[in-house]
Ligand binder design. Sequence first.
Ligand code: KIV
Ligand code: ZN
Length: 506
Amino acid sequence: MNKVIIFDTTLRDGEQAAGGTLNLQEKLDIARQLEKLNVDVIEAGFPASSPGDFEAVSFIAKEVRKPIICALTRAHPQDIERAWQAVKGAARPRIHIFLSTSDIHLIHQLKKNRDEILATARDMVTKAKKYTSDIEFSPMDASRTKPEYLYQILAAVIDAGATTVNIPDTVGYAIPSEFGKLIDGIFQNVPNIGKAVVSVHCHNDLGLAVANSLEALKRGARQAECTINGIGERAGNASMEEIVMAITTRKDFFDLTTGVDTRQIYKTSRMVSEMTGFPVQPNKAIVGANAFRHESGIHQDGVIKMPITYEIMDPRVVGIPSSSLVLGKLSGRHAFKEHLAELGYSMGEEDLNRAFTAFKELADKKKDVTDRDIESLVAEERRTVTEVYHLERIQVTCGDCGMATASVRLGGPDSKIHEDAALGTGPVDAVYKAINRIVGVTNSLTEFTVKSVTEGIDAIGEVLIRLESKGVTYTGRGADTDIIVSSAKAYMNALNRLLSSKKKTG
Ligand code: KIV
Ligand code: ZN
């Protein structure tokens, strides 16, 4: 009764965020991590939307066996068929049908009347029910739908077999007390509501997605749809870590539980940020870099005396690694492997060997190697892109007395070594131009950011870039103690994504 079902839609609504495309391997890695986090449902994609989504849902359905795997579909017979084909290999498959119900959408977008929509909703749930017993229905734009009509639709789809009815605040328009009343109204006015789980799906356009979700849970909803780091369409979705930690930290208030293993939260957040290329803002609740940092002297004094004075959560509960020195130059492979395991990383021998070599190189350059450095290093080793070109070496000359020059050496697809050089307005420009001379694909750089992983002049610098080619955005990341090398690695990472997607699509 008091357990909240955590429905993670990072791979569907989260991936819908502009510029957040993931490749198949990354989707699978995230799904496996979500399984470790112990979410109840993973919405793996929208199979009819693209062959890539279809493939990802089928793959995850077969590989990730513990949670329910859900496929989203429009209320169209062919799309439902496609959703089923993709998800049918799951241990516990779910089909999630959505259909707009607000007058705004009916009049301006669908050009259908309420009776037609009601009939479609009922018929499509009946159709999907032939494939699986686990059916979710979402009346899209529910928070702007006339409540009486919403009650009617919900009663009809439950009658047709929907086992979860989801109430989306699609455009992030709701206010918590008002959204809470809508949930009360549903419980009071939908006669068969006891036969379905009430779910909520809130967007963050007014910054209220988590507040609205929590209000709904307080009023009896028992499924929360959310994403890691709150990523998603426009301003994003309700953030999973915030919902889960609010419920956990304020158990006295909510009297609810979740099955989430909170110690996996930080790692999942880092993984999603790393793979989608969406950085987490420093002041982000729960997982931001400053979320557990105390700057004021009075606060520091209090925390040293007794953490509870200014810390409402123990950072270890969400799996935040310490930033103290953990390993040094003399640490062996065994200690390195054990430490990785403590941080929750398990690696095959080959990956481990590569990560250990990278660690030794780092320890030679950097005095203190912390958990954060190790995370960055592991992410670097795990960048799951098929390498068409491989960065072998770069050499740069730059300064304020002439143009920057760069020479690069790349390993090519034909196992040949390619070398070239270029001039640029700065070192990064010169490196990118030299790489372009070899790789030869037209693209434009749309985003470039660099940040340091830890404090200190010898810190690792992580570079995130986005480039665009033929209207498609590709993300690239690279890390090194030399930020020009990080920049080159990030560029190669994005170019390899571009080249391997080209290969796939012919
Ligand atoms: O925001 C929304 O309404 C959705 C539905 C498909 C559930 O994402
Ligand atoms: Zn949504």
